[in-house]
Write a protein that binds this ligand. Structure first.
Ligand code: GUN
Ligand code: ZN
Length: 436
């Protein structure tokens, strides 16, 4: 059966950073558009009247609002919904005083299960259909999370978070236990339906060389297609700690690099304070940097040097970094990325709506190795969609009435959209929000 999703279509298929000299159509907007979806895939897209005429037997599943590709969040923490919005603390104090004590509660399987369901519901409610999720430190909590993620239908890549020092004892592991628990989890869940496994040391502060060596062995010895994620160069005191703790390493990135942890399936969150050498090495290895501007501002970590990343050709994605970041909505990250660059003045990159939307959708999908499956409305792609319906009488609704073309409308969406404007999310054509 073919189903029609009718609304204002908005997507950005082509990488705006790769374009030379302009000319290519960047934002694709069809005011009265439709997608025809069969067996979870987009089989037709375009003007609603034409799509309907080409698909005469199709039934209309959805009408109204704006239809965008599902959002991609490349860095968000499962056990941190409960610490969002903690005021007054920079990174290390925030971790020690608020975050780690909360994450210790995930030793309780019933608590972990309820939090897993609540977290995944928050992703779907915010239009995020694909995410690289930073896990909990407890294997049981990750078992609960994988099971809940499988049931959610979302595209989730995640793994057991690992640390063997500079952590409360309840969260600490050791290299052998890390190897054993990670192996059990990845054998059970990696490649199961839409799930993938990511080897996840918390950050170099909390990971000994032995533990990072174990991570490298897991990646090399495991099944194909494993992912790797961690934090990098987020805040000045964290960077200083790593420099002191690893005096023979060339820099923070080298602590990971020495164990073979860089590559096209490695995602490093933040990188607010990189050296030129680190940027060159990230680009050379095709590693991904996940920019988390909302978190960087909320925790006061610094202003992301986007221009330098682009000059080196580093691959990029966007992340909410909940609970360091104050929102699950990836379009809020797009706005925060824009504002951060404006704050940088002459050193900043003037981001336009097409580039921001691309980062939130197709760019994130490419960064997570799913660019051939999701991220835009090309026929043949999976129907991962989000519907935005500005609340009648609200500011976004009022502003959009004045929109002068695609760029202006998309800019207004990015600037003014909120969680309550997300009225539906679908993965492979199946509704994941609101729950039936
Ligand atoms: N570095 C190590 N752990 C964390 C975390 O939970 N959040 C952020 N933002 N940075 C980290
Ligand atoms: Zn993080």
């Amino acid at each position: 059966m073919t189903r029609l999703f009718r609304g204002t279509l908005l997507h950005v298929p082509d990488d705006p950073f790769a374009e030379q000299g302009g000319g290519a159509k960047r934002l694709h907007l069809v005011e009265d558009g439709a997608l025809a979806v069969r067996s979870g895939r987009i089989v037709d897209a375009g003007d609603a009247t034409a799509v309907r005429a080409r698909n005469p037997g199709a039934e209309t599943a959805v009408t109204g609002g704006w239809l965008l590709p599902g959002f991609v969040d490349a860095h968000v923490h499962y056990p941190q919904l409960g610490v969002m919005g903690a005021l007054g603390l920079r990174l290390m104090d925030w971790l020690r005083q608020r975050t780690w004590p909360h994450e210790a509660r995930f030793a309780d399987a019933a608590f972990a299960r309820a939090e897993a369901e609540g977290f995944l519901a928050a992703l779907a409610r915010n239009g995020t259909t694909t995410a690289l999720v930073f896990g909990a430190h407890q294997a049981l909590a990750m078992e609960e999370f994988f099971a809940a993620a499988d049931a959610s239908s979302l595209r989730i890549t995640t793994g057991l978070t690992l640390g063997d020092r500079e952590l409360p004892s309840e969260l600490r592991t050791d290299p052998e236990r890390a190897r054993q628990e990670s192996t059990e989890l990845l054998q059970r869940w990696h490649g199961h339906n839409r799930l993938r496994y990511a080897v996840t040391p918390r950050f170099a502060v909390s990971a000994s060389d032995e533990l990072l060596a174990t991570c490298g062995a897991l990646l090399r010895g495991g099944p194909d297609g494993l992912w790797f994620t961690t934090h990098l160069n987020e805040s000045p005191d964290e960077v200083a700690f790593v420099r002191n703790a690893a005096p023979t390493a060339r820099d923070y990135l080298d602590v990971y690099d020495r164990h073979g942890l860089l590559g096209p399936r490695s995602v490093f969150a933040h990188d607010v304070h990189p050296s030129e050498r680190e940027l060159a090495r990230l680009a050379e290895t095709r590693s991904v940097v996940c920019h988390c501007p909302g978190s960087n501002r909320f925790i006061g970590s610094g202003l992301f040097p986007l221009r330098r990343h682009l000059q080196h050709g580093v691959r990029l994605a966007l992340g909410s970094d909940v609970g360091g970041g104050p929102s699950f909505l990836i379009l809020n990250e797009a706005r925060a990325a824009y504002e951060t660059q404006m704050q940088l003045g002459e050193e900043g990159v003037r981001l336009d709506a097409a580039t921001l939307l691309w980062l939130a959708t197709a760019g994130g999908a490419h960064a997570l190795g799913l660019g051939d499956q999701v991220g835009d409305f090309a026929t043949g792609k999976q129907a991962d969609l989000v519907q935005l319906t500005p609340r009648p009488g609200g500011t976004l609704d009022a502003r959009l009435r004045h929109a002068g073309g695609a760029d202006d409308a998309a800019a207004a969406l990015i600037a003014l959209v909120g969680e309550a404007d997300v009225t539906g999310s679908w993965v492979a054509g199946r509704r994941v929000y609101p729950h039936q």
